[in-house]
Design a protein around this ligand. Structure first.
Ligand SMILES: [Zn+2]
Length: 495
């Protein structure tokens, strides 16, 4: 990976700069960086440069900040046309739990999928990632060892990451009668937190500060109060981000209400969990939304604590839900960052889906504009991390830069560049990615990553996982019964 000496100037038809606290557009603009920092954004750089790269009909902008970044071979897609989740291997049956859950991937496979996923994030213009992966195919939580190899993969590929192995003190399961229940093992949760903290202390600041630490207690309903309190205290002490899935389903909201007599945000507040360090995917099931018929101040609690909602419109939309609405949350003053969470890890697609869902939810085209979503995917995420040096191309900010190539014939007629991105852009338009001043993707290629070979390995690994689904699916039906076919598949006649 090249780390050239001297200032490098990038130019294109459009450059997204940042002035007076918000993005601005420079037509035929220039962005100059030296080392890991932006030194100039504007129209005509007055100084000498070591290198000049002209991308022509393209948009140069800040890299995206992905607060719930897909970091495994996504199993959520298997549920796309297969529900309910508890019958389709998304919740462990009691039988699997009792016989002793096992790791469905080897250590090498776990390492491979992180590297594969990190490369996909870069290809989609994501320059800062907070990885998320499913725990359904794990014995329990993620481990320090596998995250050390994830830190290496991020360092080697050049991705900026916040890493913390996911841990939990329990999980839901389905009993023989099909009822969803909870199992807790508090000691195991505390051991997970200790393991995570050891990892955090070990990797914080590696690779010129591109690898940072975070805490990832899994989901609100899988954590005991003691684990959440201890986690929040540790995050406060080390001043690092802490992410917790909450307000993401009706089942979760009802479970927390039933167990604690409070809504998820009310309960988190009572535990002193919420702060400006807290990142909360997905925030869709809150009081005042169509999903929850209970009065309350869920959003106000999150806002007043300075916590951020992590909005993942694609995965929420596929599950028939969305924020109600993105525009209303913003008007209330809740900080919103974005996450990809599911395949494809395409931030552009997420913004497009989010915009449409917001307009549907509010019944108005005036509810939201392209720049509102672009803000959320850039400065919204950076604000959530307390990083004024990310999510914007401004003097002194980190040189995390993405080029969208609009020179090919798939985008149609160009209008305003951000509007073009929302109308017809795609993560596949990303041609160049610079992170921390290093060219980590050039002309669509990531040095040291063979996309075709990785694709083959990913498919083989995923097929192996799918074949093991019957072991952890309620009633243990064969895979063909768990996963439906779109159309009948007539048998091949013998020839
Ligand atoms: Zn998520």
């Amino acid at each position: 990976m090249s780390a050239p000496q001297g200032p490098i100037l990038l130019t294109a038809r459009w450059v997204v700069g940042h002035e007076n606290g918000r993005h601005c557009l420079y037509e035929n603009g220039e962005v100059v960086f030296e080392g890991d920092r932006i030194v100039y954004v504007g129209h005509r750089y007055p100084g000498q440069v070591a290198q000049r790269r002209d991308y022509g009909r393209a948009l140069i902008g800040p890299g995206f900040v992905d607060l719930d970044a897909l970091s495994d071979l996504d199993t959520t897609i298997l549920g796309f046309d297969n529900s309910p989740a508890w019958k389709k291997g998304r919740i462990w049956p009691e039988t699997y739990m009792k016989q002793g859950p096992y790791e469905m991937y080897t250590a090498a496979e776990l390492a491979f999928q992180k590297r594969y996923a990190f490369a996909q994030l870069i290809r989609n213009g994501i320059t800062t990632a907070l990885p998320i992966a499913s725990l359904f195919y794990r014995v329990w939580g993620e481990t320090r060892d596998e995250f050390l190899s994830a830190a290496n993969a991020a360092g080697e590929l050049g991705l900026r990451v916040y890493l913390g192995p996911a841990y939990r003190s329990g999980h839901t399961y389905v009993d023989a009668g099909g009822k969803i229940r909870c199992h807790y093992d508090e000691a195991r949760g505390m051991a997970g937190l200790a393991d995570a903290l050891a990892f955090c202390d070990e990797i914080e600041g590696r690779h010129n500060g591109r690898v940072r630490a975070m805490l990832s207690p899994d989901r609100i309903e899988t954590c005991t109060p003691a684990l959440l309190r201890a986690s929040a205290a540790a995050a406060r002490e080390r001043n690092m981000p802490i992410r917790l899935h909450c307000c993401q389903s009706r089942l979760e909201y009802d479970l927390v209400l039933e167990q604690h007599g409070m809504s998820p945000p009310e309960w988190l507040q009572s535990l002193d969990f919420l702060s400006e360090r807290a990142l909360l995917p997905h925030g869709t099931y809150v009081s005042g939304s169509r999903h929850i018929d209970r009065p309350g101040r869920d959003l106000e609690i999150i806002r007043d604590a300075g916590a951020s909602i992590v909005h993942c419109p694609l995965v929420s939309g596929r599950h028939g839900a969305t924020l109600e609405s993105f525009a209303r949350y913003r008007k209330l003053g809740v900080n919103i960052g974005m996450g990809t969470d599911t395949w494809p890890p395409d931030m552009v697609l997420n913004m497009q889906v989010g915009m449409m869902l917001c307009r549907v939810a509010d019944g108005s085209t005036e509810a939201v504009r392209s720049e509102d979503y672009y803000d959320a995917a850039t400065v919204g995420g950076a604000d959530a991390l307390g990083r004024p040096d990310l999510g914007r191309l401004a003097v002194g900010a980190k040189a995390d830069i993405v080029v969208f190539d609009f020179s090919h014939d798939r985008n149609g007629q160009l209008i305003d560049p951000i509007q073009t991105l929302m109308v017809s852009g795609s993560g596949r338009d990303v041609s160049q990615v610079v992170i921390d001043g290093r060219f980590v993707m050039v002309d669509g290629r990531i040095p040291g990553f063979d996309a075709r070979l990785a694709q083959e390995q990913a498919q083989t690994q995923f097929d192996g996982l799918v074949a093991r689904y019957p072991d952890r699916t309620w009633g243990h039906p064969p895979a063909e019964q768990i996963f439906s076919s779109s159309y009948p598949r007539p048998a091949r006649s013998p020839s």
